[in-house]
Ligand binder design. Structure first.
Ligand SMILES: *[C@@H]1O[C@H](CO)[C@@H](O)[C@H](O)[C@H]1NC(C)=O
Ligand SMILES: *[C@@H]1O[C@H](CO)[C@@H](O)[C@H](O)[C@H]1NC(C)=O
Length: 265
């Protein structure tokens, strides 16, 4: 009877959860996987249940993207909203931001494979200027130049190919217009929390396209993703000394409008 319930509606997380409580999984089992059809999407999913105190269910669909349960996502979204608040108030409490980011990261499941990744993101917090260029061209380090804003956009799927576009807006001190550099390329997830980025082109502020001669394009760019939610992405790039820093991105719903306000369309 329980087996039937599982096959019938494995995507209802209660059913999947019950595999532990009904004893389908041996008491000692820490993790069980069930292949089934998702009630929500109709696609084949692999549901993984972690039994015991840390009971948690997630689905991985054919594309390799992770779908977490609604209840779980809601809880994480609340923590994420608190983190965004900490990042966007005027008096930022660095210690609190780092602690909250760590907490969120410890609860994230396979963030680099999250279905939430494919959107536009705007950088709202970075714990150290050293890592500002982690996803960018590094051109903000030029004299009299500062990073005014930074956007990262992910698109596509495993089948269609995954694309990344990073738009950095630089301000040059003095009576100069802002400069927009757009890096584009592909990315793939490596393991549960790493994205490997292959930039193949950069359109610089003058509209010129370059395909090499820039640190971002000539080496591999790899980034550790700590958490991805519906409105927030947290990454943990390493600084020159190897220490983990925190970068917090907020979902940008109107990238064109944001660029317009920065006068770099
Ligand atoms: C990056 O992409 C280009 C163009 O598709 C390809 O030629 C190159 O081999 C890729 N580099 C890596 C490291 O995957
Ligand atoms: C980039 O990644 C490719 C494949 O993952 C590897 O073979 C190559 O050595 C890397 N290059 C650098 C500069 O790290």
């Amino acid at each position: 009877m329980v087996r039937g319930a599982l096959c019938f509606c494995a995507a209802a997380f209660l059913c999947v959860d019950s595999a532990c409580s009904f004893g389908i999984a041996p008491a000692a089992a820490k993790e069980i996987s069930i292949k089934s059809r998702s009630c929500r999407t109709g696609r084949t999913v692999t549901s993984t249940v972690l039994c015991g105190k840390k009971k948690r269910a997630l689905e991985v669909d054919e594309d390799g993207t992770v779908q977490q349960s609604k209840a779980e996502l809601k809880k994480l979204d609340e923590l994420a909203a608190q983190l965004l608040n900490l990042c966007t108030t005027n008096a930022r409490d660095t210690a609190a931001i780092q602690a909250q980011a760590r907490d969120l990261g410890s609860k994230a499941v396979k963030p680099a494979q999250s279905a939430e990744l494919s959107k536009d993101w705007r950088l709202v917090y970075v714990s150290s200027g050293d890592v500002l260029g982690a996803l960018g061209s590094g051109l903000h380090k030029l004299p009299l130049t500062r990073m005014e804003d930074q956007f990262v956009s992910f698109a596509g799927s495993r089948g269609l190919g995954r694309e990344i576009t990073t738009t950095e807006v630089l301000r040059v001190i003095g009576p100069f217009p802002n400069v927009k550099n757009v890096l584009s390329g592909t990315y793939k997830s490596m393991g549960t929390s790493e994205l490997l980025i292959n930039y193949t082109s950069m359109i610089d502020g003058t509209g010129k396209e370059i395909t090499s001669g820039n640190a971002a394009m000539d080496g591999n760019v790899s980034i550790e993703v700590v958490f991805v939610g519906s409105d927030i992405m947290v990454t943990a790039p390493r600084d020159a000394s190897g220490a983990r820093q925190v970068m917090v991105y907020q979902r940008e719903e109107d990238l064109e409008g944001a660029l317009k306000r920065l006068r770099v369309t």
